[in-house]
Design a protein around this ligand. Structure first.
Ligand SMILES: C[S@@+](CC[C@H](N)C(=O)[O-])C[C@H]1O[C@@H](n2cnc3c(N)ncnc32)[C@H](O)[C@@H]1O
Length: 274
């Protein structure tokens, strides 16, 4: 079937983004770009403004300003470390990677109490989904997981996923990091817990209302949504705004919500079948 003019415009924008210097090496899924481009083209009469909005939104989705490690260098360093690992040093080996991204960097001082507190509430999980994970799987050494735990990690940034699968392999876990747009294809794996850390408010910026279909689709006993309790600069208290956001997403759904706070991170534990 021949492509319509609209489809041609969408495909040509996707190609430009996939080939751009800024995004080429990230191998963003075409489905993410197709979704973003088609909606912005439909929402703007003026094509120039649509393209501007696509670029701004993609910048916010991929968030290069939050930081990245040198993936090739870290891959070599991890391979060298795990060639002859000192068991007491695994956490130290993960720290430079956690430090390279703002979301995990902020969590380092509270990592022990964070996972201990969460799992005290949920019970020790055997199957975990880490949604829009960025580099959070490098916190696994702080989670005290039992052997055989399955850790599914989802992101749309291929170099991150490659490093995570390498790391999961070194730890003896199944390599379950997968490139998947969680809004377009929510993972339906049954799990004890799912993490959606520091991302729900950012997903709303891609498209208002997009969280609820994801939250509804998940087959998990405990769904943990975290949000920053204050702004990156530390100047604004965001707690009430975050409570309001979670409440407004849940709407009329009769879900049980338990709030926990660790340092600057608020965690909302949602149980859909409580
Ligand atoms: C702010 S970081 C997440 C931080 C991480 N959850 C943590 O708390 O350490 C955002 C991550 O979400 C990923 N991402 C954004 N939109 C996504 C989507 N629709 N599906 C899957 N991953 C997504 C980005 O590639 C990026 O790695």
């Amino acid at each position: 079937m021949p492509l319509s003019t609209f489809d041609e415009k969408v495909e040509s924008q996707i190609e430009i983004l996939l080939q751009s210097k800024k995004y080429k090496s990230l191998l963003i899924p075409a489905e993410t770009l197709r979704d973003l481009v088609s909606i912005e083209l439909l929402n703007h009469r003026n094509e120039k403004e649509a393209v501007k909005s696509i670029r701004q939104k993609l910048h916010n989705i991929m968030a290069p300003y939050l930081g990245d490690p040198d993936y090739a260098a870290e891959s070599k360093r991890l391979a060298l470390f795990f060639n002859n690992p000192l068991p007491g040093e695994v956490k130290n080996a993960c720290l430079p990677i956690l430090q390279a991204h703002a979301s995990t960097r902020e969590r380092i001082p509270i990592l022990d109490e964070f996972y201990q507190g969460i799992f005290e509430h949920t019970g020790q999980p055997k199957v975990i989904l880490d949604l829009a994970c960025a580099l959070n799987p490098f916190s696994i050494p702080w989670m005290n997981l039992s052997a055989g735990t399955r850790y599914y990690a989802y992101d749309i940034h291929q170099p991150r996923l490659n490093l995570i699968n390498q790391f999961l392999g070194h730890l003896g876990f199944e390599t379950l990091a997968e490139k998947r747009d969680i809004l377009i294809n929510p993972p339906l794996v049954q799990a004890d817990v799912a993490f959606l850390f520091k991302e729900a408010h950012r997903l709303e910026q891609r498209r208002r209302g997009c969280n609820l279909p994801l939250w509804q689709a998940l087959n998990v006993r405990h769904f943990l949504v975290s949000l920053p309790a204050s702004s990156l600069s530390g100047q604004h208290d965001l707690a009430d705004r975050q409570r309001h956001l979670v409440k407004s997403i849940i709407g009329e759904n009769p879900w049980k919500v338990t709030e926990m706070i660790f340092g600057n991170e608020m965690v909302f534990c949602i149980e859909k079948d409580a």
